[in-house]
Design a protein around this ligand. Structure first.
Ligand SMILES: [Zn+2]
Length: 409
């Protein structure tokens, strides 16, 4: 008995919660955490457990933002909003930094492809002369011009710890700077083939319908954006669905490129209280690089893809607090993305799935994105019911990263 008591003393039981397990709302209202993991779902409160009465609240898996460019500060802000994992779509992490992220419980976890595959002068290097990111200054962008260079580059990225491979196919049309150099189709095919040879997903950046069709044909595994130029054809939607790729539409980004800023979000006390002035200022800007675009059209594309069975992932493309990258903030914008997915036509539960179980499944993160015995205790407690009212997701009253409760939220 003495031994059981000692063990039970380490347990935390969250009781009377409305539980969204990453896929659906379940009947069980008790979730027991043991150290870094979920010990039990349902059953009775173990003797000696610390009890948190969550009456009136909703417990869900920690959120996953499936498109960011981040650093330690970004991971810190993300966690303040219950985003327990950020999936980077280009960036740079040393082994030492990756180790530090894995061990710290006051910042979100991260996965990254390292730098992306792009030709000399290709996207996103047009942003870099203005970048305040010190790491970019220390790291020459590894441009790729030929299939052989793609193969060598991908071997190096894998050796540096890339979790997947990011390939840019961006001619600048939807960024208001048409004429950017893009990879040849031969180099694109080589990049996809090499990624797969190492067992890594090939994830493409495309923002036009034509480039989307091209990367689908090349056999990529995921689209880090949805195309935003018209027209959307049923053939393209069917080709995307048939290919089995996931799509991260980044609606918050698209809203910003179409001239909408994030001031409403920045004015929300639940957001204001968690962000620094530089991020609030940046959130109040918009990119406005494609004002001729229609967010309504993009919403219709997302719904068409969703109805065709395509996995939709919630992602923001948040990066740095700069006016030309504005309208976004780490953590906060994922909640905006949930709101926009619902505005597009997904149900709140479908939107929440897109930020929990679906990205975990697509990225092979088998230890998270679900509330189930044995899963990592990455958890978010919400005061309210985001399954009924998605904006409740910002009413955060508890965040656990690997079983450690964040005390500053
Ligand atoms: Zn991006």
């Amino acid at each position: 008995m003495a031994e059981m008591d000692t063990e039970a003393g380490m347990l935390t039981a969250i009781t009377h919660a409305h539980v969204f397990d990453g896929e659906r709302v379940i009947d069980d209202q008790i979730v027991v955490i043991d150290g870094a993991h979920i010990h039990a779902v349902g059953g009775v409160v173990p003797a000696g457990a610390t009890v948190i009465d969550a009456r009136g609240a909703t417990l869900m898996p920690g959120l996953i933002d499936a498109h960011v460019h981040t650093d330690m500060d970004g991971l810190h802000d993300a966690l303040l909003f219950g985003v327990t994992t950020e999936l980077e779509m280009m960036g740079y992490w040393t082994d030492q930094e990756r180790k530090e992220v894995a061990e710290r419980d006051d910042i979100a976890d991260v996965r990254s492809p390292g730098m992306g595959i792009t030709p000399p002068g290709g996207h996103p290097t047009e942003y870099m002369p203005d970048s305040n990111d010190e790491r970019m200054r220390d790291y020459a962008f590894p441009f790729v011009s030929t299939p052989d260079e793609a193969a060598r580059r991908i071997a190096a990225l894998v050796a540096e710890g890339a979790d997947y491979i990011k390939i840019f196919m961006e001619d600048g049309t939807a960024l208001g700077i048409p004429g950017l150099p893009v990879l040849s189709n031969e180099t694109l095919l080589a990049a996809v083939r090499e990624a797969h040879r190492y067992g890594k997903m090939a994830i493409a950046h495309t923002t036009t319908a034509a480039a989307t069709q091209q990367v689908i044909t090349a056999g990529v595994d995921g689209l880090a954006h949805v195309f935003i130029d018209p027209p959307r054809t049923p053939e393209l939607v069917a080709a995307i669905a048939a290919s089995g790729v996931f799509v991260t539409p980044c609606l918050t980004l698209n809203s910003s490129v179409m001239g909408n800023n994030g001031s409403a979000l920045a004015a929300d006390q639940r957001v204001r209280s968690r962000l620094s002035k530089k991020w609030l200022d940046s959130l109040c800007c918009s990119m406005n690089t494609y004002p001729q675009g229609s967010l309504g059209d993009v919403f219709a594309t997302v719904v068409a893809l969703h109805e065709a069975g395509v996995d939709i992932l919630a992602g923001t493309d948040v990066s740095e607090p700069l006016p030309n990258l504005g309208g976004l903030a780490h953590g906060a914008s994922l909640h905006h993305e949930l709101q926009l997915l619902v505005a597009a036509g997904l149900t709140p539960i479908e939107a929440l799935r897109a930020a929990t179980a679906t990205p975990a499944r697509r990225f092979g993160l088998t230890d998270r994105g679900r509330i189930a015995p044995g899963a990592r205790a990455d958890l978010l407690l919400i005061d309210g019911d985001p399954m009924t009212n998605i904006t409740d997701s910002l009413s955060i009253c508890g965040i656990w990263r690997r079983g450690v409760r964040l005390t500053t939220c």
